[in-house]
Design a protein around this ligand. Structure first.
Ligand code: SF4
Length: 338
């Protein structure tokens, strides 16, 4: 682990700060006319999700593919109009906002994508890619000053000013993701949605990008909603973590509580898949392997949606939906056994 990640890991829990983003009872259902077996129905991609994010904080949003984490991020960005619920950013609900107003607010919410290659225009140089949003949104009208700003941003993300003349295909995966970060920073955002930003990178490069994001956060006071399918990735950057399963948050807690005292059987199963750096401990620990796949959100199980895969399920789990229960300061889990 790098020095930045390590110091973050040892840092005390953050002091409460102003709430930047508040998501309340978010529901995103998609109607499908033909399902995989020819059925029509309602896909419950996000099913009543609530969380908040403070200024300067990182919330990790974790779960297997199909759990609704990316759709939640898209609803925050208003790339999807939620079926119901509220997404308040800087105290204003973005849902139903008129497009001109939404565009202005949206400038302060940026996104870093999983695959920087497909999100960068291959026909533009790196300099043009970073300068484009600055010019389009009128953040710097003087071309020379804009050029300077691009150079500064490249240096800030660990590239050299000469990279401005290169094309995306001439860069490595890690360098391309640095360009993605510079492009997001160009808009001077207060919130960045990091949508699996390191999943496509080698492990050594992953650590570099995570450390870069941590440094930028402390320099610019950024907030991150960090979407990932792996609890190992979010550990060193998140202040709090929300675990999602089939459209619902099943556990949310501060980093220390989640990793040291996980309450939900699903969180414990995800954690047991995270490798321990000590080979002796790794060899002796008990693994909890989850059987089966995440069920279809077109036809979710009754009661607790995790019951078909839960090693601790009891009869009641098939009938009753467990509500999120408070277990301690900022720690909640949805399970009948907690
Ligand atoms: Fe498992 Fe039941 Fe708890 Fe759901 S409510 S996680 S099925 S024990």
């Amino acid at each position: 682990m790098s020095a930045v990640a390590a110091s973050r890991e040892q840092a005390p829990e953050p002091a409460p700060a102003e709430t930047l983003l508040e998501v309340r009872d978010l529901v995103m259902h998609f109607k499908v006319s033909r399902g995989p077996f020819g059925r029509s129905g309602l896909v419950r991609a996000v099913d009543g999700v609530s969380f908040s994010l403070r200024r300067g904080e990182t919330l990790g949003l974790v779960g297997e593919s199909g759990c609704g984490k990316t759709t939640t991020g898209r609803c925050v960005l208003q790339l999807e109009t939620p079926t119901s619920g509220a997404v308040s950013f800087e105290g204003r609900n973005l849902v139903g906002m008129v497009p001109a107003e939404l565009r202005k607010v949206r400038n302060r919410i940026q996104v870093i994508f999983q695959d920087p290659y497909s999100s960068l225009n291959p026909r533009m140089t790196v300099g043009q890619i970073i300068a484009e949003p600055i010019a389009v949104h009128g953040l710097e009208r003087d071309p020379r000053a804009r050029h300077e700003r691009v150079r500064d941003l490249l240096v800030r993300v660990g590239l050299s000013p000469q990279h401005a003349l290169r094309y995306p295909h001439e860069l490595s995966g890690g360098q391309r993701q640095r360009v993605g970060v510079a492009r997001a920073l160009a808009m001077q955002p207060s919130l960045i949605i990091c949508d699996e930003p390191v999943s496509a990178l080698d492990v050594s490069i992953q650590a570099q990008i995570i450390n870069l994001l941590a440094e930028l956060q402390s320099d610019f006071g950024l907030s991150y909603l960090f979407v990932a399918h792996d609890l190992a990735v979010v550990r060193h950057i998140s202040d709090r973590i929300a675990v999602m399963y089939l459209g619902k948050i099943v556990e949310i807690a501060g980093r220390r509580d989640l990793y040291e005292a996980p309450a939900h059987p699903y969180t414990r199963a995800l954690l047991s898949a995270v490798p321990i750096p000590d080979p002796a401990l790794e060899a002796t620990r008990e693994r909890q392997v989850l059987s089966g796949e995440v069920p279809s959100p077109l036809n979710p199980p009754t009661g607790c949606v995790f019951h078909p895969r839960c090693p601790m399920a009891i009869e009641r789990c098939k009938r009753e939906v467990p509500a999120l229960k408070a277990l301690g300061a900022g720690h909640e889990a949805a399970c009948h056994l907690v």
